[in-house]
Ligand binder design. Structure first.
Ligand SMILES: Nc1ncnc2c1ncn2[C@@H]1O[C@H](COP(=O)(O)OP(=O)(O)OP(=O)(O)O)[C@@H](O)[C@H]1O
Length: 798
């Protein structure tokens, strides 16, 4: 029961948060032109579990790690139900939500808080304290108590007493773990459970997350994927991942954002003209940029196909032009088709963006601005000039701060600055081309060195802006080149060379995006030619070509209803690559009906017999990989795909050289499927013709075995001894097994005897037992049955 004073605190906190969270901060709030969150908020596609656990690692290693933690089934999570456990008896205290830049983590947090503050959702929670980690950085050096921290950040709660005794449900939201500069020393920090004595912020936060401090408090942490590993996995009860908008949600967003139905329709059509742009729009921030720059081309009457941005650089360039034109219009009251750039202002802003990006900083203070020649008194002019680019924010702790409206905008402005800088400095020196090439190469190297890809987007913009066709849109700002594309050729070559090295999927995909920004499709075309000719089996694909394959699948302009990868070379290498590819695709494609991705892998001539179907959402998997020359090397890769698939109907691994170690790995993958409580499709796992199953029975008891109705262990070199284990497992467990095929094994006399005993047992539901070509007498090798004989359940059968 809450006391009246507590109710008052709750009321005050809700009022404060409502005020703070009701508008979206897209930089325009200050100008009194604000957008209400509830007017534009569009549901996002959020799932439980995580597709990539550690994305800084090499892909094969990644697969291993993922398979261990894999939570096989894709469970959709509603934002408002972030703390609602799917199983009723389980309580969720800590949630970690991952998602790439601009996918909507902060907006989700905002919506959650607003709904609570408006009394709509999660009313069982008494207090929500959102603590943006970027702001917490500033308290790094201070010591204070948790209570103090709360009352400082939420002055409405001054006087509130949160002790361990009272049983308020409290939620702390730590938004933006990737921006946190605190060490978060979970191992080294002392244990702290006192809410009212002062200690360093790092100790406070780590103990809060661990549950030492206010053990009943709920914790919600959001982060970009690369930083997720900062939190020890055992502190997290649930991992969710924001996957962005699916196609329907993209359209819904445009309708909400633009209000005018006709304009929305026009812009949706406009975005759809470029498939890669449309795909990019699964990230909300790109939707927002498209809505704004699309709006621009509409207003400027230039929305012909030519002008549809096809690359990210073009999209952001349109956006920037529009912003500048908008602000000019404010002053002049009219549109001008040509943009008049304030070069000095852009240089200063660019310098800030560039230098701060280099040190991964996204929040700036007066001193940072001054260091770049920005007069703080004029900073509001900047934010006024580019209302949706740069913004001034009053933080909860340290007063006025500045930041770009979104990191991607900082990245774009930083790249623009780099070009401006080169333009200015190279004017003086002679060989501009060479210097430019060197500069771009160094940027490629530097971006590849980064573990978490923090320069990926910057690099894309940087390369994009080196193209003359793009510079044309920025005339008056960037110097116009003479159409000599030597530098483009060289840098494309350089990137291709890099792609031949074994890069992680993330890095190589980014390099493809870079090639795309550079308008170079040669590698991608090569791959398409391979497809069309079906010539994969004869040629070993190079690492670059494999990455190209993924890229083609991700961004293909054509609707690939069905996509056949026929006649691949039978090898571990091929399977590992393909599994990584499937896994990557599954992780990066949203469940949307329009992407009907269908991968068919044929390992034998006969299409019907040998195929792996992977469907994006509705993954259907008769997976026949028999006779594929596979060894245990393939197994970890395979387990990942098995783990991500819940509709696996059939797995055939016969006649491979998997060894015990490989079998164990596959068992782990299958175990993952089984462990998902809601996953009953595993029971449809009808036929399993795998040598591994005999070992599965031994390693994991008989549960999984017994849950199937038809089971085939034909030609699995099952020995007499194993047959005994099998029969006793069947005897001691209530079994659903109806049919068992044990043909072509060396079961021996006692094995067969045991099986017939089993059939006689009234508990046993087994109706058919197939013992084709069974070597009954192990020593004499006598073939007792020549043809397929089904033993019906008959009393007296010996
Ligand atoms: N659910 C949503 N509905 C409408 N717009 C959204 C939604 N989610 C995100 N956006 C738009 O995308 C922008 C970026 O979203 P947000 O700041 O939440 O990304 P983020 O995942 O926190 O990114 P970062 O890791 O860079 O901080 C928002 O400013 C908003 O314009």
């Amino acid at each position: 029961t809450l006391m009246r004073i507590d109710l008052l605190f709750i009321h005050q906190l809700k009022c404060g948060l409502k005020e703070k969270y009701k508008c979206v901060f897209e930089g325009i709030a200050k100008q009194g032109d604000s957008t209400l969150l509830n007017n534009i908020y569009t549901d996002l596609y959020i799932t439980q579990g995580c597709s990539e656990q550690v994305n800084t690692e090499h892909e094969v290693r990644q697969i291993e790690v993922t398979s261990k933690h894999h939570n096989s089934q894709e469970i959709k999570v509603e934002c408002k139900k972030m703390f609602e456990a799917p199983e009723q008896d389980k309580e969720i205290r800590t949630v970690l939500t991952k998602g790439v830049a601009g996918i909507g983590k902060s907006v989700s947090v905002q919506k959650f808080v607003l709904d609570w503050a408006e009394g709509k959702e999660n009313q069982d929670i008494s207090f929500i304290f959102p603590l943006p980690l970027r702001e917490m950085n500033l308290k790094e050096k201070e010591t204070q108590s948790l209570m103090n921290l709360i009352t400082q950040c939420f002055t409405e709660t001054k006087g509130l007493n949160l002790t361990r005794r009272n049983n308020f449900k409290v939620l702390f939201i730590l938004d933006g773990l990737d921006e946190c500069r605190l060490p978060l020393n979970f191992d080294g920090n002392e244990t702290w459970s006192d809410v009212s004595s002062p200690v360093s912020l790092d100790v406070l936060l780590t103990n809060l997350i661990k549950g030492n401090l206010l053990p009943s408090a709920l914790i919600w942490i959001t982060t970009r994927p690369a930083a997720a590993s900062k939190i020890p996995p055992d502190c997290i009860d649930r991992v969710t991942e924001i996957r962005g908008f699916n196609d329907a949600q993209k359209e819904e967003y445009f309708r909400k954002r633009l209000k005018d139905e006709n304009l929305a329709k026009e812009i949706i059509d406009h975005v759809k003209q470029s498939k890669s742009l449309f795909i990019m729009c699964h990230i909300p921030v790109f939707c927002w940029i498209s809505a704004t720059s699309g709006d621009a081309s509409k207003t400027l009457q230039e929305s012909n196909t030519e002008d549809t941005p096809k690359t990210l650089t073009q999209m952001y360039t349109h956006f920037l032009r529009f912003q500048i034109q908008q602000s000019r219009r404010k002053y002049d009251g009219e549109y001008r088709p040509d943009v008049s750039w304030d070069k000095d202002a852009i240089l200063s802003l660019g310098k800030l963006a560039f230098h701060q990006l280099d040190i991964s900083n996204v929040i700036f203070y007066e001193s940072d601005l001054e260091a770049c020649g920005i007069d703080v008194y004029k900073a509001s002019v900047y934010s006024g000039m580019c209302t949706q680019i740069f913004k001034e924010e009053t933080g909860i702790i340290l007063g006025t701060m500045y930041c770009f409206v979104h990191l991607s905008i900082q990245e774009f402005i930083a790249a623009l600055y780099a070009h401006l800088f080169i333009d200015i400095n190279l004017k003086k020196t002679g060989n501009k081309n060479e210097a430019m090439i060197d500069f771009l190469k160094t940027a490629v190297d530097k971006a590849l060195e980064s573990d978490n890809g923090h320069l990926d987007l910057f690099l894309r913009f940087l390369l994009g802006l080196s193209l003359q066709s793009n510079r044309l849109l920025l005339r008056g700002l960037l110097t116009q080149e003479d159409g000599n594309d030597q530098s483009k050729k060289e840098i494309v070559q350089y990137i291709k060379q890099k792609l031949e090295a074994n890069l992680s999927p993330e890095r190589s995909i980014n390099l493809f995006y870079c090639l795309n920004e550079l308008n170079d499709q040669t590698l991608v075309k090569e791959i398409q030619t391979h497809f069309n000719k079906g010539s994969f089996s004869s040629s070993d694909l190079s690492p670059a070509q494999w990455s190209a394959l993924v890229f083609v699948l991700l961004t293909s302009e054509e609707e690939m209803e069905e996509f056949e990868l026929q006649k691949f070379k039978k090898s571990d290498e091929c399977l590992i690559r393909l599994s990584a590819l499937c896994h990557y695709l599954l992780a990066h494609m949203l469940s949307q009906p329009c992407i009907n991705f269908f991968l068919v892998l044929n390992t034998k001539e006969d299409i019907l017999k040998n195929q792996v179907y992977v469907r994006c959402n509705l993954i259907y998997f008769p997976c026949r990989l028999n006779d594929c020359g596979l060894t245990d090397r393939s197994c970890s890769a395979l387990t990942t795909v098995l783990g991500s698939d819940t509709n696996l109907k059939e797995l055939n691994m016969n006649n491979n050289n998997l060894q015990d170690s490989g079998v164990k790995l596959i068992c782990t993958g299958l175990e993952n499927i089984r462990s998902t409580s809601s996953c009953c499709s595993f029971h449809d796992f009808a036929y399993v013709l795998v040598t591994v199953w005999r070992l599965l029975v031994m390693y994991q008891g008989s549960d999984s075995f017994c849950s199937r109705s038809i089971f085939s262990l034909c030609n699995c070199s099952i020995t007499e001894e194993e047959c005994l284990i099998l029969t006793s497992a069947l005897k001691s467990n209530p079994s659903h097994l109806r049919e068992l095929n044990l043909s072509r094994n060396k079961l021996g006399d006692s094995g067969v005897k045991n099986l017939s005993d089993l059939l006689m047992n009234p508990q046993c539901k087994l109706e058919k037992l197939k013992l084709l070509e069974t070597k009954l007498f192990a020593n004499n090798d006598i073939f007792l049955w020549a043809g397929p004989i089904w033993w019906q359940k008959m009393p007296g059968l010996v």
